[in-house]
Design a protein around this ligand. Structure first.
Ligand code: SAM
Ligand code: SF4
Ligand code: FES
Length: 344
């Protein structure tokens, strides 16, 4: 089928075969058309409002060793921190005052916070009338259950790549089956489940990215974040090529075409590669932004990759900045919690 016809098919039916996705990823001839189609689908299914999620990076301590990530256990070139529960709750309170209706609590896999401690933090934040998203990695089903019962609404766990061999090479000591088990448990427990992938991992193919896109459809993900892989000089992948902005944007746009009603963030990594990355993403299918609400030096210390935006900015500045960008493209900041409106 001609590529233009494939884009029309994706826009109308939200279905494509794997070889059709690969064909669209392979050619750059119709990128503009793909982005425009994804923007129309975004408008039709999730509207013009942009949901903001305030990101609290509460610990950069991690027991895992993902080759791509600056927080990996073996990176000795990083000052580590762990915020006290009162500080996390205080950041959430301030986020509420800045008008956020959701906070995302993100960290390395820091075994120091017990499920009971996390539950306590979640309960206190929920009292602020704010939705809680967690992004704290692989846990047991029992732990996820404790978080859910404490009131957590959503959970973000990227599959990173659906290529099992690549996943296990990139994440030594972690198993692909356990990652899948976590996603299934989270869904079963009633979380809104977010996942996503890195684009540009060494050895990753377009076929594998097409598999990722189809996988997100299979698991009925509620939110999908796509980020270019950005090589970090303090990791074993320091000399890798890294992901391209345009390809990440295209994978994101294809996800909007095939999963029309989900939430899709314009990711921080995209803006770290391109000064207008988030605005471009918002015009190519995205409807969510996750501004940082962590205060002070912790932003710099949460060093996943070089060039991370906003490391010297305050939560107040980022809130004003992002509102300006959103309004500047004729969109509005949503005032609600931003749950997925299925099939809308
Ligand atoms: N530890 C939790 C986990 O891995 O799910 C949550 C925090 S982890 C830092 C959040 C995300 O950062 C990962 O899912 C990964 O996709 C992304 N990330 C890590 N290193 C990166 C890099 N070098 N470039 C782009 N994204 C990266
Ligand atoms: Fe740890 Fe997550 Fe980074 Fe892997 S991606 S090293 S689990 S913080
Ligand atoms: Fe942080 Fe623009 S969002 S400075």
């Amino acid at each position: 089928m001609e590529l233009r016809t494939l884009i029309a098919k994706a826009e109308e039916t939200h279905q494509l075969e794997k070889d059709e996705i690969v064909a669209l990823l392979q050619s750059d001839e119709y990128n503009k058309e793909i982005f425009a189609a994804a923007d129309r689908v975004r408008h039709r299914y999730v509207g013009d409002e942009v949901h903001l999620r305030g990101l609290i990076e509460f610990s950069n301590i991690c027991k895992q060793n993902c080759l791509y990530c600056g927080l990996r256990k073996d990176n000795k070139n990083l000052d580590r921190y762990r915020l006290e529960p009162e500080v996390v709750i205080d950041f959430a309170r301030k986020a509420r005052e800045y008008g956020y209706r959701t906070v995302v609590l993100q960290s390395g896999e820091d075994a120091c916070y017990t499920a009971a401690q996390m539950a306590d933090i979640i309960r206190k934040i929920k009292q602020l009338d704010i939705a809680v998203t967690l992004s704290v990695g692989e846990k047991t089903k029992e732990e996820y259950k404790v978080y859910k019962e404490a009131g957590a609404d959503r959970y973000l766990l990227r599959i990173e790549t659906t290529d099992k061999a690549l996943y296990e090479a990139m994440d030594p000591g972690m198993s692909f089956e356990n990652r899948m088990r976590c996603l299934a448990d989270l869904k079963e427990l009633g979380f809104e489940v977010g996942s996503g992938c890195l684009v540009g991992l060494p050895g990753q193919t377009l076929q594998s990215l097409a598999d990722d896109i189809l996988f997100f459809k299979t698991i009925d993900a509620d939110m999908i974040g796509v980020g270019p892989f950005i090589p970090n000089p303090d990791t074993p992948l320091k000399d890798a090529g890294g992901g391209a902005f345009e390809l990440s944007l295209k994978v994101m746009a294809m996800i909007r075409l095939l999963l029309p009603d989900i939430n899709i963030p314009a990711t921080t990594a995209m803006e770290s590669l391109h000064p207008e990355g988030r605005v471009i993403a918002l015009r190519s299918g995205a409807n969510v932004v996750m501004p940082n609400v962590t205060e002070g030096d912790y932003r710099r210390m949460y060093a996943l990759y070089p060039g991370k935006i906003c490391i010297n900015d305050t939560p107040a500045h980022c809130r004003t900045c992002i509102t300006g960008k959103i309004n500047g493209i004729g969109r509005r900041v949503s005032q609600d919690y931003g749950f997925r409106q299925k099939g809308s």
